[in-house]
Each structure stands twice: as structure tokens, then as C-alpha cells.
Design a protein around this ligand. Structure first.
Ligand code: CUA
Length: 182
């Protein structure tokens, strides 16, 4: 049989299933099931796959909420871009904007306290990866992803964009501060 010419026998595919083929189909099927059930497994027993909520929101309204938080709770600015560092009240709703190619603002949280973290994108899809922890979230325009976070470690964490979002993707990095309880 050739890829260009029609097959000599019109019904060329009607053969009994070969043992090897069946074995590989079975292996692939079982493995697909294993991977499928690992998703709920990691959610229940692992520290990955956070319980998150997603809501529709426009970029303008998300930006407005973020700006309101920045206006009220900025404690200082950092770098020559004057990125506001926000220390929001414990237990409050906190907002982080993803856009080409930056995170806005920088959040400063307290260890052992819970916050409702809202994430949304202004333009294209971005990825929120918190290093060195194993936390990954999709950040999508038109939606906000909401997660309840309780930092259990103080320090400086890195936020990396892990969805390819264009020429400046590799520069889309930021920080998240966690201070000891006040
Ligand atoms: Cu944003 Cu890659």
C-alpha cells in the first residue's frame, strides 16, 4: 500500500485484531485511567490541585478592584518601575493582575493568615506559578480564579508566568512576600 495510490484491496483495514495491538491498546487504556484518577487523588491526598473557584469578570472591573486595594494598602514601592507593594488586611480579598508582561502589584501577606486571592488576566492567557512551591494556576482573561491561600512559611517567593504569552514571556516574573505574623 502506498500513501498516494489507492489501496489494492478496497477494504484493507478489516483484519482480526493482532495480539500485540490489543496488548498496547489495553496498556494505553489502563494508563489513561490511572492518569485520570490521579487528578482527584492529588486533590484529596496531595498538596496540589487547589480547590479553586472561577467567575466571569471584565478586565475593567477586575482592574478597578485591584486599584482600590492598591490605593488603600500600599506600604512602599519597589524597582524603578515603582511597583506598589501591598500589605492587605488579614482575611481580605486580594487581587493580582497578569498582563503583558508583568504582575501587578506585589503582595505582602502574613504567615498563618488566610486570604482570598483573585487572579485575572488583562489581555491573554498567563500562568501563575509560585516558586519554589508546587502551585500552578491558569490566569485567563474574562475570568477570575479565586483561591483561599494560607501561607505556612515566611519568606520571599517568586512568581513566574508559565504559559507562553509572547516575546516578553520570560521577563514576566515577580515576587510575593510572606512576613511573620504581626
Ligand atoms: Cu505571561 Cu507568559
Amino acid at each position: 500500500m502506498s500513501a498516494i495510490l489507492p489501496p489494492s484491496k478496497r477494504i484493507w483495514w478489516k483484519h482480526p485484531l493482532d495480539k500485540v495491538e490489543l496488548t498496547w491498546l489495553a496498556i494505553a487504556f489502563v494508563w489513561a485511567l490511572v492518569l485520570f484518577f490521579m487528578m482527584p487523588y492529588w486533590h484529596v491526598f496531595g498538596k496540589q490541585n487547589l480547590s479553586n473557584e472561577a467567575y466571569r469578570i471584565s478586565a475593567e472591573s477586575f482592574q478597578k478592584k485591584t486599584q482600590a486595594m492598591i490605593d488603600q494598602h500600599t506600604v512602599r514601592t519597589e524597582t524603578d518601575q515603582k511597583i506598589p507593594v501591598v500589605h492587605p488586611p488579614v482575611g481580605s480579598d486580594i487581587y493580582l493582575i497578569a498582563r503583558l508582561w508583568a504582575w501587578w502589584p506585589i503582595l505582602e501577606l502574613e504567615k498563618g493568615q488566610s486570604y482570598r486571592l483573585h487572579l485575572s488576566a488583562m489581555d491573554y492567557q498567563h500562568g501563575f506559578s509560585l516558586q519554589p512551591t508546587n502551585i500552578n494556576l491558569q490566569v485567563v482573561p474574562g475570568y477570575e480564579m479565586v483561591v483561599t491561600v494560607t501561607p505556612n512559611q515566611a519568606g520571599t517567593f517568586a512568581i513566574v508566568c508559565n504559559e507562553y504569552c509572547g516575546i516578553g514571556h520570560h521577563t514576566m516574573v515577580s515576587r510575593l512576600y510572606v512576613t511573620e505574623k504581626k
